[in-house]
Design a protein around this ligand. Sequence first.
Ligand SMILES: [Zn+2]
Length: 249
Amino acid sequence: MIGKCKLCNKSEELQNSHIIPNYFFKRLKRNGSAIQTEVTVGIPNIKTQDSWSEYLFCKNCEQHINKFEKYVISFTKHPFNVKSTADSKDNNIVQFSNLDYERFRLFQLSLLFRAAIASGREWATIKLSKTKKEEIRLSILTKKLPDELRYACQMKILWDFKNNTPLDTIVMIPIKKILTRGEIIYFVFGGFAWEFFVPKLSRKTEKDNYFIRTDGTLLSPIMDYLSYKPLIELLPLIFLKEKIGLTKL
Ligand SMILES: [Zn+2]
């Protein structure tokens, strides 16, 4: 399919690009089922084999994104894979060091960008202004990063304490929360919660310090997924639908 590449704007043969990297879906399919929650009451949740992809980028741009995407996928498998270290600061916080700030941030920006430009209904609530989309597009294309607080992504480790494993069996449709001065867009995949602050981190969140710093360190709190709000807000909906027979599994 020929079309205008959403990253370089050239008219090219477009690739079927995944919004959330396909790797995380493949992992799901091995370990269990992915539930596509449908937030509209009355419409069934479905078990999905769909990994949410669209024709977005040309081959060159897809390869460009792939370089930093690969890096982050490796990191989620094991920090050691990307020569970074993980030390427990205390029982609840892990400090990752020696991360590649540029690749990490480029991946995060590309994720936000892909969700904002995708047209599928899974992404319908994720919208950015034209100006912001253009700012992020140029940033990804030229690798000139915005400052570390702008579009910063707060990362939390989601843990299944019952089985003592990372929560890598859930991929959640991104949801957003409107704040007085912007919004937060939440993703869950790869054992992490990814929380994007648009347009930038609030003061309070900056103090928490759970986002990647230019020196390649990242502090991540470990959270029981059953107390992770964006997920549990959806859970009653999932169960309610099951009760009334609206989950097709
Ligand atoms: Zn392109």
